[in-house]
Design a protein around this ligand. Structure first.
Ligand code: ADP
Length: 465
């Protein structure tokens, strides 16, 4: 019993909740009057525009009050209410208001504020009645004593109880007064426990009505986590690209220096035994390979960083292709006895491209064709007009590409036949670069192949306006 009394009286939440129950009446009444007036006047006058302003002010007011009530529920009722709104992107006032109106918490908060009016009336009355009866009962023995000591007449203690202290003091009436006092204590403690319970229950209700849904909170937390991971990944990606760009730049100088020194050593006036000459030849080949690998990496890193500086304009594609094929035909014949021919539609419209980069793309495709076509084969480069584009095909009569390799040949570092490709000096970056360059020009590339018969690479460029 005493333990229960101690628990009720010793808990600060009991007092804070009773304070809230008393406050709920004036607060609830104020909210009710202001909200109902604001909403009805706002809706009534909405036709003439002023109403919309009143409505907007009412909404802003109710959101403010809802936040205030959330604080009261936390600090006076001991409720653990989730945040009122999710942290969101910064919006302008009007869109933010519209977005807020779409939130379920906004409307739950309105219901809460309106319900606080009847709740406040009931709890205020209950609190006042219960506490005043209890206090009056508790006061009974003191009043009796005061009467005995200071006054001759009868005294009224609590509603309906009249004591007659003119009888001998500390007799039956005193005992009755003490019993009433004790009853008052029990009633007081019981009332406080009851009121605290009501406050607690209202606090739980506030948790439901004034905080965002836990699922939405979890979703928002997951989204925030995903966004931060995305930012981290972007930062990591950025620094990786920077590293490749910087490393490639730095590597160019020593490579150029090695090339220059090899060149000096190879000068005919220098005397050198055959073996050393052969070693120098290997160094020269490998240095060239390293240099082109570094150049390729640089192009790809720039493409990733959207820093490929292309000069895209209207280009006569047939002319560019003819220039490259003419330059490479002797090489093809010399290396593999291959015929490199160029055919073009008579009227090919201008296409959107960077002429130098387009030349690089065509040369790369021809070089691949030369590398993968056995002696005596034919490489045909064709320029054709299409309704909206210009198409350049590079077809060979080479070894072809296995169907399972075909979808991957544009991947970085992918080589269909690892051992042979390495011999050909390829790094597997050529087609990846070709695709990046064409994409940057607004074009595209596809490949078809039949093992044993040959491959065809088809470039599509946008027609110039
Ligand atoms: P690489 O530097 O190895 O030539 P590419 O990216 O240019 O790299 O080509 C990727 C792979 O595609 C090559 O290793 C090769 O196996 C295959 N390939 C490319 N062009 C042809 C072709 N014309 N005929 C057969 N295979 C080809």
């Amino acid at each position: 019993m005493t333990e229960a009394i101690q628990r009720v009286l010793g808990d600060r939440w009991t007092y804070l909740r009773i304070v809230y129950l008393l406050l709920a009446f004036p607060l609830g009444t104020t909210y009710f009057v202001l909200l109902i007036t604001g909403l009805s006047v706002g809706v009534g006058l909405s036709i003439i525009g002023v109403g919309l302003v009143i409505l907007a002010l009412t909404v802003v007011g109710w959101l403010f009050v809802a936040r205030f009530e959330r604080e009261l529920a936390i600090h006076l009722l001991g409720a653990s209410v989730r945040p009122f709104s999710l942290p969101g992107e910064a919006l302008r006032p009007w869109p933010r208001l519209l977005k807020t109106l779409g939130e379920p918490t906004t409307w739950k908060a309105l219901a809460y504020l309106l319900l606080e009016f009847p709740f406040g009336i009931i709890t205020f009355t209950l609190t006042i009645v219960l506490l005043s009866i209890s206090l009056a009962f508790i006061a009974a023995p003191f009043a009796y004593l005061a009467q005995v000591l200071f006054g001759p007449s009868q005294i009224q203690v609590g509603p309906g109880f009249t004591l007659f202290p003119n009888n001998p003091p500390f007799g039956g009436e005193f005992l009755l007064a003490v019993a009433i006092g004790a009853l008052g204590v029990v009633l007081g403690v019981g009332s406080m426990a009851l009121l605290s319970g009501i406050g607690w229950a209202w606090g739980r209700f506030a948790e439901q009505m004034l905080g965002v849904d836990p699922s939405r909170l979890q979703l928002a937390a997951a989204e925030a986590e995903a966004a931060s991971q995305r930012r981290r990944a972007e930062r990591a990606d950025h620094s990786r690209r920077e590293l490749i760009v910087n490393a490639s730049h730095e590597l160019r100088t020593p490579i150029a220096s090695i090339s220059a020194h090899v060149e000096s050593l190879q000068k005919p006036e220098r005397e050198m035994d055959a073996e050393s000459h052969q070693y120098l030849g290997v160094i020269e080949t490998e240095t060239k390979r390293l240099s082109s690998l570094v150049d390729d990496l640089l192009v790809l890193a720039r493409a990733d960083a959207d820093e490929l500086r292309l000069t895209v304009g209207s280009v006569n594609v047939a002319e560019v292709v003819a220039g490259i094929t003419t330059a490479m035909a002797p090489l093809a014949r010399q290396e593999r006895n291959l015929s490199l021919v160029h055919t073009s539609d008579p009227e090919v419209p201008l296409a959107l491209a960077d002429p130098a980069r387009l030349g690089q793309v065509i040369a790369n495709l021809i070089r691949n064709a030369v590398n993968h076509t056995p002696d005596g084969g034919i490489i045909t480069v064709t320029t054709q007009a299409d309704p909206d584009s210009v198409i350049v095909s590079v077809a060979d009569t080479g070894i072809g590409i296995e169907p399972h390799d075909l979808p991957r040949i544009f991947d970085r570092f992918y080589r269909a036949d690892q051992s042979r490709a390495r011999d050909s000096g390829g790094s597997g970056l050529g087609l990846a670069i070709v695709r990046e360059l064409l994409t940057a020009m607004g074009g595209s590339i596809t490949a078809e192949s039949t093992v044993g018969s040959g491959s065809t690479f088809r470039i599509r460029l946008r027609k110039a306006p």
